[in-house]
Design a protein around this ligand. Structure first.
Ligand code: ZN
Length: 318
């Protein structure tokens, strides 16, 4: 079957300190920083991308670290938890590791069958899970500080806190070729591919407080589509469904359209065919500050305004 949406592409969130953000995601969790660029709409702010070796769709977590930004509030109308996939028997390893870095975590809990998770938060309070499971067939990746047998493989999925369930479910199933693949209590799990890495859990929480933007909250959730042609078909179909969709925007490493889903979460649909080796070789991803061509002329002032960040990997070795 020809799928217009193939699964998750990336999650983009707001942070308050670029160095602490790098230390948490690349240092503690062991993701690779695959791109260091700027917020195309606010060039004095970094846009940091983390992922697997090449930053494949379904592994990419990105941040806008606005220095000193006040915290937002997690709540309904937001993506409240981003879950990363780890091998089945690696939770003990990770609990020890988090303890070592003074990161509090919840006791392991089971959600669906063959799926045990712990929850914790980054420096800004962003909700993160590690989900130990035996269904993820991806290999994983390691840069030395975490043995490959325990390493993060990419996303497991995401969790959306929603007032209701039906309209968001309708969008996912009718316009974005997702299917309901599991449900339990107030959690409804959808996926385009059916595979770990692409799960979207709708957490029905009508009594929850509404979320407010700020550091420690997710800005948007991006789904993957193969290329420009299919993206335009999806866009057309969303317009027919009454959604207000932006024109296609050039994000350098992918092309994007954005719209609000009925529960209030900002959705993006991003193309998978360009990627992060567009302007850097695979070996050197994330090393240099990359600017889009229209900002190159301003490089000196942009570099001046950004505080330098770097990962001291020795600090994160076991
Ligand atoms: Zn995005």
């Amino acid at each position: 079957m020809n799928h217009q949406i193939t699964g998750l592409h990336h999650v983009t969130a707001i942070a308050s300190d670029a160095q602490k953000n790098l230390d948490f995601y690349a240092g503690v969790l062991g993701l690779r920083m695959v791109k260091k660029t700027i917020n195309f709409d606010a060039p004095d702010v970094y846009h940091l991308y983390y992922g697997n070796e090449t930053g494949e769709p379904g592994t990419i977590m990105t941040f806008f670290p606005f220095a000193g930004l006040v915290r937002g509030r997690k709540g309904k109308g937001q993506l409240t938890v981003t879950s990363f996939s780890i091998p089945m028997d690696s939770l003990d390893y990770w609990m020890k590791r988090l303890k070592k870095f003074n990161i509090p975590y919840t006791a392991p809990q089971e959600r669906f069958e063959k799926e045990v998770f712990i929850y914790f938060e980054d420096n800004d309070g962003l909700g993160v899970e590690l989900v130990a499971n035996s269904i993820d067939e991806r290999k994983g990746f390691s840069y030395g500080q975490i043995p490959l047998e325990y390493a993060v493989k990419g996303f497991f999925g995401v969790s959306l806190a929603e007032e209701g369930y039906e309209r968001t479910a309708g969008l996912l199933t009718n316009k974005m070729n997702h299917q309901l693949i599991a449900e339990k209590g107030n959690i409804f799990r959808f996926s385009a591919s059916g595979k770990a890495g692409d799960f979207v859990d709708i957490n029905c929480s009508p009594d929850a407080i509404r979320g407010l933007g700020g550091s420690g909250t997710v800005h948007h959730l991006a789904f993957a589509t193969p290329d420009d042609k299919v993206q335009l078909e999806v866009r057309e179909n969303l317009l027919i469904g009454g959604y207000n969709v932006t024109p296609v925007l050039d994000r350098q490493y992918f092309h994007s359209i954005y719209f609000k889903e009925p529960g209030g979460v900002l959705f993006e649909i991003a193309t998978s065919d360009i990627g992060f080796t567009y302007d850097e070789s695979k070996e050197h991803l994330g090393e240099a500050l990359k600017l889009p061509p229209w900002e190159e002329a301003h490089r000196p002032s942009i570099e001046n305004a950004l505080k330098e960040i770097s990962l001291n990997i020795e600090k994160f070795m076991d």
